[in-house]
Design a protein around this ligand. Structure first.
Ligand code: PHB
Length: 359
């Protein structure tokens, strides 16, 4: 039986265990959207995880949707991330950058020139974001033109190159949680009548072009993708999630990716009976390494890996609060409780000051 604590290979990446850090928005970037000076300490404290997946990082100035999230498109950002990857590697860890474009989950105050956020269709999401003045409704987006789509695909390629120069072990394409790629996939947000909307093939096209761009920079065995087929966060909806997401996985399978990472449950969202069936259908359709995320604890994570149903677990809140999570899980040690008040923004408090077991 496979153990959660044993080494494995994710694509071509050797990892020491199957306890991974899930991507976590922390809103502590510098004004130029390079990572916080504390980010190297924060990530390297967690270097005992098999793979650390960074917080979602915007691929372009247009890709931002929340205050103080880091980017991966400028030289300052590449330099800032290099400090992070060096610190993680010095401790023998592996770190993958998550490539992010929020699409319509943004606000004009965050956008270059105060422009409307981009989206497949000009339909505002019933969702909120955090800006300089606090929580606000997201802005009405404008539908992307062919030109916008071409530029955005080029932005993904450029960001993938920046991530490579910053020394990451790989990249994860964020196609989940109601952000831009998810908005193209699902028919609640994609009402396009051109080659990017309508049929399954057309709704997949944008993700397919993003993958092609990223795979022109990175070998496929260092590239992952994140999906959330049952998610409703950020006003996602689809008339038949199992159909589109098994189609997506069928298209991704031949690419030979390092992994597929799926949000099985999102904090605060109730799982409906149908949701489990959708998740199972997507896992069944996927041929490669599978990282599960959402709601796992010691017993459920150990059992799911032992059964061979999943290959690894990405832990969010538990890893946020316990820098030595793999050790604590393995020993059944007590856990620090995460402090929600310090999740987003601020400094060291709630970021780099959670104690390890033998501090
Ligand atoms: C968030 O900032 O709230 C956020 C970002 C990325 C996600 C989910 C939530 O995938």
């Amino acid at each position: 039986m496979t153990s959660l604590y044993e080494p494995t290979k994710v694509g071509s990446i050797d990892v020491k265990n199957r306890v991974f850090l899930a991507p976590l928005t922390r809103n502590r970037s510098k004004p130029d959207y390079s990572p916080s000076d504390l980010a190297a300490e924060y990530y390297s404290q967690r270097a005992s995880g098999g793979i650390l997946i960074t917080e979602a990082s915007q691929i372009s100035p247009e890709g931002i949707g929340y205050i103080n999230t880091p980017g991966i498109y400028s030289e300052a950002q590449v330099e800032g991330w290099k400090v992070v990857t060096d610190a993680v590697h010095a401790k023998g860890g592996k770190i993958i950058l998550q490539l992010w474009h929020v699409g319509r989950i943004s606000h004009t105050s965050l956008q270059p020139g105060g422009q409307a956020p981009l989206a497949p269709s000009a339909i505002p999401a019933k969702a909120q974001t955090f800006i300089a003045t606090g929580m606000v409704d997201v802005s009405e987006p404008r539908a992307m033109t062919d030109e916008d789509i071409k530029r955005t695909i080029a932005d993904y390629r450029h960001a993938a190159e920046c991530a490579k120069r910053a020394g990451f072990d790989g990249v994860e394409v964020h196609a989940a949680n109601g952000y831009l790629i998810n908005q193209f996939l699902t028919d609640g947000s994609n009402k396009r009548t051109d080659a990017y909307g309508g049929s399954l093939e057309n709704r997949y096209r944008f993700l397919g072009e993003v993958m092609e761009a990223v795979l022109s920079v990175w070998p496929s065995d260092k590239v992952g993708v994140r999906l959330s087929p049952t998610g409703t966060f950020n006003d996602v909806s689809d008339s038949d999630p199992a159909r589109i997401f098994t189609y997506v996985v069928d298209q991704l399978n031949p690419l030979g990716l390092a992994y597929m990472h799926m949000v099985e449950a999102f904090p605060g969202a109730e799982e409906t009976p149908d949701d489990r069936a959708v998740i199972d259908a997507v896992i069944d359709a996927w041929d490669g390494f599978y990282i599960a995320n959402g709601g796992y604890e010691k017993a459920s994570a150990e059992a799911a890996v032992a059964s061979g149903r999943i290959d690894a677990v990405a832990f969010g809140r538990p890893f946020l609060a316990n820098p030595d999570l793999p050790t604590r899980l393995e020993r059944g040690a007590p856990m620090n409780a995460p402090d929600q008040a310090t999740f987003y923004g601020g400094g060291a408090e709630g970021y780099t000051d959670y104690p390890a077991l033998e501090a």
